[in-house]
Design a protein around this ligand. Structure first.
Ligand SMILES: [Zn+2]
Length: 115
C-alpha cells in the first residue's frame, strides 16, 4: 500500500506528470474556492476566490493566495484515494497549513478516466 510519501515520489520527486503517473486517467482538475486574505474575484462564473487548477500542470499543491503565506494545500492524498476507489468527483474542505494563515479552501476534484 502506498503512503503519502510514496505519492510524492511518484508525482513530485521523480518529476513525472500527473497523467504519466496515472495512465488510466484521461484528465483531472480541481475547482478551488478559497476564502481569506489575498483572494480575488472568481474566474468565469465561479464565486469569489474561485479558480480551476488543472492537474496536467500541477505539482499537487494548490497555492495559497495570502500574501503573507508562502504555502498552500496538498491534495494528492485525496486524489490518490479517489483513483484507488474509481471515484469521478469528490468535495472536501481543507485549511491552509501555513503558520499564522487562516485561509480556507473548498475543493472539488473532478477526474475523467480512460474508457
Ligand atoms: Zn496560507
Amino acid at each position: 500500500m502506498m503512503t503519502g510519501n510514496d505519492w510524492e515520489n511518484v508525482w513530485l520527486i521523480k518529476g513525472k506528470t500527473f497523467l504519466e503517473s496515472f495512465p488510466n486517467i484521461k484528465s483531472g482538475h480541481a475547482v478551488v474556492i478559497e476564502d481569506g486574505d489575498g483572494t480575488h474575484p472568481g474566474i468565469g462564473s465561479l464565486p469569489w476566490g474561485g479558480r480551476i487548477v488543472s492537474f496536467e500542470r500541477s505539482n499537487g499543491q494548490i497555492p495559497c493566495s495570502n500574501p503573507k503565506c508562502t504555502g498552500g494545500v496538498y491534495i494528492e492524498p485525496e486524489v490518490y484515494d479517489m483513483i484507488q476507489k474509481g471515484e469521478d468527483e469528490r468535495d472536501f474542505p481543507i485549511g491552509c497549513p501555513g503558520p499564522r494563515c487562516a485561509n480556507f479552501f473548498k475543493i472539488k476534484v473532478v477526474l475523467r478516466y480512460k474508457s
